[in-house]
Design a protein around this ligand. Structure first.
Ligand code: DLL
Length: 433
């Protein structure tokens, strides 16, 4: 039986959600106009006033916000409430440029945690579950968000944070954790360590995993499900919009329902900014319609995906987004061809490798080079050069048919690529160094 945290709104008819969005958007635009001079100026430059926004059909008239605006307005320039009304900040794990600092009122935190509670219940969680949160805690939103959601559901929450992998496994086993929340790359690492410790899925009580914060392929989902004996659900979000739980997967496990009572999603052409019809792939844009402290309107996420309103077997009516294929800014342009790391991952996992790989891009004699270093699994491992060369050739052919360009493949020994406890670093682009 499907499990919901707030069934009435999660399964509300489209007209009801649309009416709620219309009402909230009109109010929110007025609030932003009155309290965020930075955005008011952008509206004025575009010749739009709050009177022009009468429903969500008018959304396209509003200006976009982008990461560049966050940088320009850093740290307080996009706040919708005075600091005295805010109770928390969170920040991105970004390693380049200024970090994003997002602000929350208590009401913002409550809504964010409710969104995470919806995700946990959609993955089958109830107050009888023991939920181990192995996302990082602190400035990163993963730990605090899922921790809050787990409390709202009433799960016994184990706030392990990330790292210390053997201890993670000990807690799962000794404290009978039934739900694990962490990045998919960390889940794979925990699974690998379990195997090394001689444990099989039957030795642990886990039944579900809620994995997100980075792009991961269907193939990786299957691998993790098999290694841990669980169902693995995707969860998506970003600090700017609140954190995890902007959207989440249900029992159908084929795309994530966006919490449309709080966020309006659009897909735009990343080049022209023009909104695209349902089903077309493009850049995801969010408008927060009830956030108080950090009320971003038409924020360009740079994540590439499609939206669908096809009826879902779980009964939820909120629009679904596909797994993001990647970000416009991690898309590699190699010899003029667009390459997403997730496409490379799909080829590797389809050939029986695990998701332990690194993509090295460089430019030699004015030509881009793509070198995919992939670890042999213990099952695939061989030290015979002829066999290695044959396996490399198979992967080169697989990559060529997926990407349309030739890559170099280097097979490396098991355990030689550093494991990730948070978001994995898959690409080293030497052209940018
Ligand atoms: O990663 C929030 C989060 C924490 C989501 C825990 C899910 C679980 P940021 O650090 O601000 O926030 O990074 C946001 O990560 O724009 C996407 O590019 C990527 N991302 C997040 N979830 C997914 C996902 C958190 N399920 C950025 N699939 C986003 C693919 C994801 N990419």
């Amino acid at each position: 039986m499907e499990n919901y945290y707030q069934k009435e709104i999660e399964c509300a008819p489209r007209e009801v959600i649309k009416a709620l969005q219309d009402e909230r958007l009109v109010k929110q635009v007025r609030h932003v106009w009155d309290s965020v001079p930075y955005y008011r100026k952008k509206m004025e430059e575009k010749g739009v006033t709050p009177d022009d926004i009468r429903s969500s059909d008018d959304l396209y008239k509003l200006p976009f916000l982008s990461k560049a605006d966050l940088r320009n307005a850093y740290p307080y320039g996009l706040m919708g409430k005075p600091l005295k009304d805010c109770v928390r900040i969170q920040s991105t794990s970004g390693t380049t440029g200024k970090r994003v600092v997002a602000f929350y009122t208590q009401n913002d935190i409550d809504i964010w945690e409710e969104c995470c509670a919806r995700a946990i219940m959609a993955a089958g969680g109830t107050n009888e579950d023991v939920c181990q949160v192995s996302y990082g805690y602190g400035l990163f939103t993963g730990g605090p968000g899922l921790n809050g959601g787990s409390h709202k559901v009433g799960c016994l929450t184990i706030p392990t944070s990330s790292g210390n992998t053997e201890r993670q496994i000990m807690f799962i086993k000794d404290l009978q954790a039934t739900i694990l929340c962490c990045t998919p790359s960390y889940a794979a690492y925990i699974g690998e360590t379990m195997k090394e410790m001689g444990m099989s899925p039957e030795d642990i009580p886990l039944k579900a995993g809620i994995f997100g914060a980075e792009a991961w392929s269907e193939e990786m989902r299957h691998d993790i499900e098999k290694t841990m004996g669980i169902k693995a659900y995707d969860i998506y979000g970003l600090t700017e919009i609140s954190g995890p739980g902007v959207s989440f997967e249900c029992s159908a496990q084929n795309g994530m329902h966006i919490n449309e009572d709080h966020f309006i999603a659009e897909i735009i052409d990343p080049e022209t900014g023009v909104p695209l019809p349902e089903g077309e792939q493009g850049e995801l844009v969010f408008t927060c319609i009830d956030k108080e402290a950090f009320p971003l309107l038409r924020y360009r996420t740079r994540d590439i995906c499609t939206l669908t309103r096809e009826k879902c077997s779980c009964g939820r009516t909120h629009v679904k987004m596909t797994k993001p294929k990647g970000r416009t800014d991690d898309m590699l342009i190699i010899r003029g061809v667009n390459v997403f790391p997730s496409q490379i991952e799909t080829v590797l996992l389809n050939h029986g490798y695990a998701a332990n790989y690194q993509i090295i891009v460089d430019r030699v004699n004015n030509t881009d080079t793509l070198d995919v270093q992939v670890e042999m699994t213990p099952e695939i491992f061989t030290d015979k050069l002829s066999e290695i060369s044959m396996k490399q050739k198979e992967l080169v052919a697989g990559l060529q048919s997926m990407l349309g360009i030739k890559a170099k493949v280097t097979l490396v020994a098991p355990k030689s690529i550093t494991r990730s406890e948070g978001k994995a670093v898959r690409v080293i682009d030497k052209r940018k160094i």
